[in-house]
Ligand binder design. Structure first.
Ligand code: AMP
Length: 389
């Protein structure tokens, strides 16, 4: 391996000592800051809540709403480079930040991933399969779309939905009127998709830096409970050629959309080995938390490397791993066991002041010789209900 010498070093490198601004103070920002501080960067978080998860581990926090342009100006003044940890960035704030600071991720990708119709259209235009879909502006259009796509189908709001919110599964044409009225009430556009009879959900996170290097993390197999991620199992239990294909899809998306930073690609795998991309997220992703303890470089370190135009780190998997999310309802039982957790359970808590049912409070990475062993350890802890995996 060659080490880059002075004369052929890359340009526009943001070196340790510089200040990175984080728009958003949640757990993703927190884990970016923890990784970046280890590398010698300083951090300023902008978030409306004081003492936010990311604010707690930053050098400074600008307490301002996400659509507060004056707050964004202040953030821009304090930072050499700015990144965001969620995709619903206000357009005026994005403009302020881009005109006053350096936002390597840009806002083009945000425009795409903020809107399911634009997102699916873009992915399809790259020749990558997505579930057949239609944009629908009335209940009559929905009926027409459903007659073409077939049933069941999934009706979703084009913007603002997450963790299964803002969506309905349609099983009969008679449900169209009621479902349309229920979801269109929020004033957002709607999309209806054919239901993909998937056997597994996979996700792959890819990173790309301004120099154009791309690195792809191993695919995760994701298990959801009530539409919220519960487990990520790595290596994913699927055929090697399927995993290769999933990783290639993420690489192609990163390349063709000129991603800077991370892109998480969620996919459905069908019984015949076909992959359909469901969703993109231009940031670190819950299904990549396993990388903190199981790959050479974590997704958070990789994100910092990518936006600072450093060489990307190795994504090599060091051990089989299962990540399990700690939601509000799991927090007390986990805390009651901190003095007896097995040695290969790595606990990550996000410092959130208030614990509520279904709120993501932390996660546990369990490394083991096999994913079956890791799953058995999680089972034995007895904190999570029995889930068929
Ligand atoms: P989303 O908000 O698009 O990530 O969807 C949340 C969950 O709903 C997914 O993780 C799937 O389990 C399910 N889902 C969404 N879209 C479809 C689809 N077209 N076919 C089957 N299941 C879907």
């Amino acid at each position: 391996m060659k080490i880059q010498r002075e004369e052929n070093r890359r340009e526009n490198v943001i070196r340790p000592g510089a200040t990175i601004g984080l728009l958003g103070g949640g757990q993703l920002g927190r884990m970016i800051a923890l990784a970046g501080r280890a590398m010698g960067y300083r951090f300023v978080t902008m978030d409306p809540t004081e003492d936010s998860p990311s604010g707690q581990v930053s050098d400074q926090q600008v307490v301002a709403a996400f659509d507060d342009v004056a707050g964004a100006r202040r953030l821009a003044e304090l930072c050499d480079v700015i990144t965001y940890e969620f995709e619903n960035v206000d357009a005026d704030v994005a403009h302020t930040l881009e005109s006053r600071s350096y936002v390597p991720q840009g806002s083009r990708l945000l425009r795409i991933t903020q809107h399911r119709i634009r997102e699916k259209t873009t992915i399809q235009s790259l020749g990558i399969p997505v579930a057949p879909f239609r944009a629908v502006a009335s209940a009559a259009e929905l009926r027409q779309a459903v007659s073409e796509l077939g049933l069941p189908a999934v009706l979703k709001t084009a913007t603002g939905g997450y963790d299964g919110k803002g969506q309905r599964v349609l099983r009969t044409a008679a449900e169209c009127e009621e479902a349309f009225a229920a979801l269109a009430g929020g004033g957002t556009e709607l999309i209806v998709e054919a239901f993909v009879p998937f056997v597994k959900e996979l996700s792959v996170i890819a990173a790309r830096n301004p120099a154009g290097e791309i690195a792809v993390f191993p695919a995760a197999e994701n298990v959801h409970v009530d539409n919220i991620l519960h487990l990520s199992i790595v290596p994913a239990r699927a055929a090697a050629d399927v995993l290769r294909k999933a990783e290639q899809i993420a690489r192609r998306i990163a390349e063709q959309l000129n991603v800077i930073g991370l892109i998480a690609v969620e996919m459905f795998l069908t019984a015949d080995g076909e992959l359909y991309v469901n969703e993109l997220a231009p940031r670190p992703h819950n299904s990549g938390h396993y990388t903190i303890d199981a790959t050479v470089c974590s997704q958070f370190e990789q994100h910092v490397r990518a936006i600072c135009n450093l060489p990307l780190g190795s994504t090599r998997l060091l051990s089989p791993v299962v990540m399990v999310n700690i939601l509000g309802e799991h927090l007390q039982p986990v805390l009651a066991m901190v003095d007896s957790l097995p040695p290969t359970c790595k606990l990550h808590l996000y410092g959130k002041r208030e614990s509520k049912p279904k709120r993501k409070m932390g996660h546990l990475n369990v490394v083991a010789d096999t994913t079956e062993q890791a799953l058995a350890i999680i089972d034995e802890l007895g904190i999570w209900g029995k889930v068929e995996v």
